[in-house]
Design a protein around this ligand. Structure first.
Ligand SMILES: [Zn+2]
Length: 251
């Protein structure tokens, strides 16, 4: 086993793939791949250099619930908050995503154990009334689009790798029943990333809006809100403005 080493850092199921010999591997950066092998108790890896034009990501089935809300700021139709959360995540399929264009160029199933994590999160809760005013489906599309943008923008402000901070949208958060976007530290106990996100949320939202508005696409693309031409762009902008203190009420 000379070319396998013990892998002792935190377990990230969402960038794992299987190669044709049924071994697990993962892209980590543009030119580095970690190859993993799992026996019943240990995880081993070895390190490769390859040239590829894509990275890997996974669809995670995530359930997240708030254990305690420590801080919050209220706006007309939104709440920014920070606190402790419990996350259960299970990788369902992996995706190959092309650098630069963020196109999905392949996918496949993965089978890994569920990950349980107690950590910290910042979140944006939107008034439940929006479901009636904008429509449930449109709120969902807006949440998914905005979460996609925040996944790219927020790590820049807290100087972390996008894999250290995970963003998930929920149509109905368990603690509030409100449409909510969570940004959580992907380390047990949290390492201060989401706390920093909470403090700088207004700046992050301003930058997210700038990123969406300046994207040359018409109604959404993989470089901004993820989806293509389904109107998510306008919906994400509406939610962004509400998160920044705006409102759908006519004054
Ligand atoms: Zn776009």
């Amino acid at each position: 086993m000379t070319d396998f080493q013990r892998f002792s850092s935190y377990f990230y199921p969402d960038f794992w793939l299987k190669d044709k010999n049924n071994k697990l591997f993962s892209h980590y950066t543009n030119d580095e791949v970690y190859l993993f092998n799992i026996d019943s108790i240990s995880i081993y890896y070895r390190h490769y250099k390859v040239q590829v034009d894509y990275y890997t990501d996974a669809n995670l089935a995530v359930s997240l619930k708030v254990l305690e809300q420590d801080q919050s700021r209220l706006h007309a139709q939104s709440t920014l908050a920070y606190g402790e959360v419990a996350v259960n995540a299970m990788a369902t399929i992996f995706k190959k995503i092309k650098f630069e264009t963020h196109e999905n160029i392949g996918s496949g199933p993965i089978h890994l154990p569920e990950e349980e994590l107690h950590t910290n999160a910042a979140w944006i809760g939107f008034s439940e009334a929006l479901l009636g005013e904008i429509g449930t489906e449109d709120v969902e599309r807006g949440l998914v689009g905005l979460a996609h943008v925040l996944q790219h923008v927020a790590p820049l402000f807290v100087m972390c790798d996008p894999m250290d901070l995970h963003v998930i949208p929920q149509r109905k958060a368990v603690h509030s029943q409100e449409p909510t976007i969570f940004l959580y530290d992907r380390y047990p106990g949290g390492i201060g990333l989401s706390e920093q996100v909470y403090k700088e949320m207004e700046t992050i939202l301003t930058q997210a809006e700038r990123m969406i508005v300046s994207c040359p696409c018409e109604s959404g693309c993989p470089s901004c809100v993820g989806a293509t031409d389904d109107g998510s762009k306008g919906l994400a902008i509406t939610l962004l403005r509400i998160a920044q203190g705006g409102s759908t009420y006519v004054s």
